[in-house]
Ligand binder design. Structure first.
Ligand SMILES: [Fe+2]
Ligand SMILES: [Fe+2]
Length: 296
């Protein structure tokens, strides 16, 4: 059973369509230090729905610009290359899950609320530590659990939504997932990003978001996604007034996280956790508008 399930998910990953050519072209432009805003405009321009999304995001409340942006080139100047790359990657990944994403199922809405909140949390933590390209943490958070959607597409009966899609994946649940399907959702997510030629930081960030200590590359990325995941779960599940000790809740979900942080030169402090949690709770309200821009 386990082996045949593994074969089914492998087949699903292999049969996922490639991402649109806009993605490759945008990545080439962004990663070439000689590129100008004009080059990036040329790369995005043929993709009309992407242009519309970029303009909407440049003008959205989350970016709070005093002046409206009306051309793609000025949107690129306002948002910057890194942010444009993030929008293009996020939108392309979300669109490739079209049918699953657009279901009005309550549990799918909750899944994306969790993912978006994780994206906000990952970015605010990265910004706090002045890590370069914090936008990459946003996309890492947004897509950290996409492996679950690929599992749902493959095992529409067995990967029952209540059991696997929601909640927080603690160690026992991950083991059970692997035992049942031959692979866990984090590994599936990493495999998908690898197939799509995403940068290694993101591939490893997804693959190791529940096991950051074993990541082969930089540990900082999966370590931050792991905490953002827990912060998102708590923010989306509990009322702020019902939380007595945020730190205790996080340590219950991820025993040993404080040691992992300290071992990787990231100071673990209760006050910071509360600050990030407060900020994420407020920003989450803008979530639905950005998500709908990225999804359609
Ligand atoms: Fe996960
Ligand atoms: Fe998650």
């Amino acid at each position: 059973m386990k082996d045949s399930n593994y074969a089914r998910i492998e087949k699903q990953i292999d049969s996922f369509p490639s991402l649109p050519t806009t993605v490759t072209e945008v990545m080439n432009v962004v990663n070439n230090p000689e590129s100008s805003a004009k080059d990036l405009t040329q790369a995005v321009l043929p993709d009309q729905s992407m242009c519309v999304a970029i303009l909407k995001i440049a003008n959205s409340a989350l970016f709070g610009r005093p002046k409206k942006v009306s051309s793609l080139e000025s949107a690129i100047t306002v948002l910057g290359f890194d942010e444009i790359q993030n929008i293009v990657l996020s939108k392309s990944v979300l669109n490739s899950f079209g049918s699953v994403f657009q279901g009005n199922d309550q549990i799918i809405n909750e899944f994306w609320d969790h993912s978006f909140t994780c994206a906000l949390a990952a970015r605010v933590i990265a910004e706090h530590f002045s890590i370069s390209f914090p936008g990459r943490f946003f996309i890492g958070g947004l897509i950290h659990d996409i492996g679950k959607l690929a599992m749902l597409m493959t095992f529409s009966k067995e990967y029952t939504t209540e059991k696997w899609l929601s909640g927080f994946s603690q160690a026992e649940k991950l083991e059970e997932e692997k035992e049942t399907f031959g692979i866990n959702h984090a590994e599936v997510g990493g495999r998908l990003l690898k197939k799509w030629d995403f940068p290694d930081t993101l591939v490893n960030g997804l693959h190791y978001h529940h096991d950051p200590g074993n990541s082969p590359g930089s540990h900082g990325f999966p370590i931050i996604i792991q905490l953002a995941d827990a912060l998102s779960y708590i923010t989306c599940t509990y009322d702020k007034d019902d939380i007595q000790s945020l730190e205790t809740m996080i340590l219950d979900l991820i025993p040993g996280i404080a040691e992992t942080w300290n071992n990787h030169q990231l100071p673990w402090e209760t006050l910071r956790l509360e600050m990030w949690h407060n900020w994420v709770s407020i920003e989450r309200e803008h979530g639905s508008s950005i998500l709908s821009i990225l999804a359609y």
